[in-house]
Design a protein around this ligand. Structure first.
Ligand SMILES: Nc1ncnc2c1ncn2[C@@H]1O[C@H](COP(=O)(O)OP(=O)(O)OP(=O)(O)O)[C@@H](O)[C@H]1O
Length: 330
C-alpha cells in the first residue's frame, strides 16, 4: 500500500476514487445540532478513521450512513464498482429514486434508504459499539445467519430450500464454506460449535467483523472495534483490518478512540468536534494539527504549542492503546 501518511489530498484515493461521499450532512435532534453541514469522502480501498472527542457526532454520522437515522439534510452517495460520472449522480438525485444499479456496479443515495436495504443492496455492513452477536447461537451459526438474505434469494423466497432445490443446495454449501473460511481467518475454527457468548471479548469482536464480512460488503463500518481489547487482541485486530483492506479489497470506515490503532492502520483520518469537521488528511498531518490537539485535550489555542512540544518530546509515534479521548471532553 502507498504511504498515505503524507499523501497530498489532491492525489489521495479519497479525492480521486471515493467509495462514499458525505455531502453537507446535517442532523438535528430537536434544538441540538449534532452534525452541522459536514462533508467528507472515503477512498475506495482505504482504511478511514472518524475520530473526535466524546459527543463530537461520530456515531450519529455512522447512523446516518447506515440508515439508522434519516439525516435532516444532506446527501450520502455510495459508489459500487466503476466510478460513476457526476451527471449520473445528479440524474439519480433528481429522479427521486434510491439507487441506480448495473449488475455489481451502481450508485446509491443512502439518505433515502433504510438500514436493511443499505446492507442488502448497497453493500454497507456495520458493527456496533456494544457487541451484538447472537450469544446463544454457535460461532458458526452466527456466520450462517449473516448469509440468510443470500440463501433466501437462492430459494426463490419459497420453501424450495426445504425440498433441496439445486440452486439452494449449492448456495447453502457455499455459505458454509465461506463461514468456515472466515473462522479459519479469525483463528476460531476450533470454537465453531461453542456458543458465541462463551468467547473472550477480543474473539467476539473479531467474530462480529467476520459476520459483517459474510454479507459481502463494499464498505465496512466499525464502531470502536478496539474498545476493551488488550494489546495482543488490538494487534490481531489491526492485522485483520489490514487483511480485509488488502486481500478482500473492502473499504473500511471506523470510529476509534484508541490512537495507537488509528495512527497505525489508517490511510485517512477525519476529525470531528461539535458536529463539524476540524481536520481531514493523512495520519501525520492530522496528528500534528494544533486544532486536533486542542479539541482532544480541551485546551485553549495558546496552550496548543505547549502540548505539541510535549508530544514531540515524548516521541513521534503514539504508544499502543494510547487513548487521547480519555483526556478529551466528555
Ligand atoms: N437519538 C438522539 N437523540 C438526541 N440526541 C442525540 C441522539 N443521538 C446523539 N445525540 C446527541 O448528539 C451528539 C453527538 O452524539 P454522538 O453519539 O454522535 O457522538 P460521538 O462522537 O459518537 O460520541 P462518543 O465518542 O461518546 O460515542 C451528542 O450531543 C448526543 O447527546
Amino acid at each position: 500500500m502507498p504511504d498515505t501518511h503524507m499523501t497530498p489530498a489532491s492525489h489521495a484515493r479519497w479525492t480521486e476514487d471515493p467509495v462514499l461521499s458525505v455531502e453537507h450532512l446535517t442532523m438535528r435532534f430537536g434544538g441540538l445540532v449534532a452534525i452541522d453541514d459536514l462533508s467528507f469522502t472515503v477512498g475506495r480501498g482505504d482504511i478511514t478513521a472518524l475520530i473526535g472527542p466524546n459527543g463530537a457526532g461520530k456515531t450519529t454520522v455512522f447512523n446516518c450512513v447506515t440508515g439508522f437515522y434519516q439525516p435532516t439534510e444532506g446527501r450520502i452517495v455510495l459508489r459500487r464498482g466503476t466510478k460513476p460520472s457526476d451527471e449520473t449522480i445528479r440524474d439519480l438525485t433528481l429522479s427521486g429514486r434510491q439507487y441506480s444499479r448495473d449488475g455489481e456496479n451502481g450508485v446509491f443515495l443512502l439518505e433515502r434508504m433504510n438500514d436493511f436495504r443499505i446492507t442488502a443492496k448497497a453493500g454497507v455492513a456495520r458493527t456496533f459499539q456494544n457487541i451484538r452477536l447472537f450469544g446463544g447461537m454457535t460461532v458458526l451459526e452466527n456466520l450462517l445467519v449473516a448469509q440468510h438474505n443470500h440463501l433466501m434469494r437462492a430459494s426463490g423466497y419459497t420453501v424450495g430450500g426445504l425440498f433441496g432445490l439445486p440452486g439452494y443446495t449449492k448456495a447453502a454449501r457455499l455459505a458454509k464454506e465461506k463461514a468456515i473460511a472466515w473462522l479459519d481467518r479469525i483463528m476460531l475454527l476450533d470454537r465453531a460449535d461453542d456458543p458465541a457468548a462463551d468467547l473472550s471479548y477480543g474473539d467476539q469482536r473479531r467474530l462480529e467483523i467476520a459476520r459483517a464480512m459474510c454479507t459481502n460488503p463494499r464498505l465496512l463500518c466499525l464502531d470502536e472495534p478496539a474498545a476493551g481489547l488488550n494489546p495482543r487482541e488490538s494487534a490481531e485486530l489491526n492485522d485483520l483490518l489490514r487483511s480485509i483492506r488488502d486481500l478482500d479489497g473492502v473499504s473500511i470506515l471506523l470510529i476509534e478512540h484508541d490512537m495507537g490503532v488509528v495512527m497505525e492502520i489508517s490511510d485517512h483520518i477525519i476529525v470531528l468536534d461539535y458536529g463539524k469537521k476540524i481536520a481531514d488528511g493523512g495520519p501525520r498531518a492530522v496528528r500534528e494539527d494544533p486544532k486536533v490537539i486542542a479539541a482532544y485535550l480541551g485546551v485553549d489555542d495558546e496552550e496548543v504549542a505547549e502540548v505539541e512540544e510535549d508530544l514531540n518530546r515524548n516521541d513521534s509515534q503514539p504508544a499502543a492503546n494510547e487513548t487521547l479521548a480519555d483526556g478529551g471532553r466528555t
